[in-house]
Design a protein around this ligand. Sequence first.
Ligand code: HEM
Length: 154
Amino acid sequence: MPYTEATILEAHRFLTVVPFNIPHIAVRNSTIGGYNIKKGSQIWLNIWGLHHDETIWGDPENFRPERFLDDNDRVLTAEHRFRKCLLPFGTGRRVCVGKNLANNRLFLFLCSMLQRFEFNPEDGKTVEWDSKQMRFGLALSHKPYKMRFTPRNK
Ligand code: HEM
């Protein structure tokens, strides 16, 4: 189900639930991208910035799952630049241990909900989206909004 998988990838990018990763400490003096990092420095990875960088994504403020599909509507492989620039679970030795569990759950949850319900905003309303108005914390969350879930068999 490539479009569903692409939608989950795009949701990871667009929402970036953990915007600044979990802070790390440099264990030795090192150089990254021309910057000298002193041993003991606290490192905050700006994943939200990476996921909303116009020079990478072109139109980062648009929710567009198609960006993760190739010309044959297959999900881009892990080698594609977009996939390499998508780091919702961090990267390297301390990458999220729940990554596979979370992705499996997201897929099953999304599919089973979409099979059973139609989702719509409250009657006559639209849900306004502004990624700069999220509730900030270790994890980002949207301010409350109301949705109508209608069983698909009715
Ligand atoms: C969409 C869901 C999730 C997101 C976006 C997410 C994101 C992250 C991120 C960004 C990190 C920091 C990685 C780093 O330091 O480089 C992390 C670490 C971690 N996550 Fe998740 N996570 C998710 C779900 C889960 C789940 C379901 C579990 C457990 C069942 C989990 C357990 C952990 C643990 C234990 C760490 C610390 C790993 C370490 O420091 O070695 N996460 N997660």
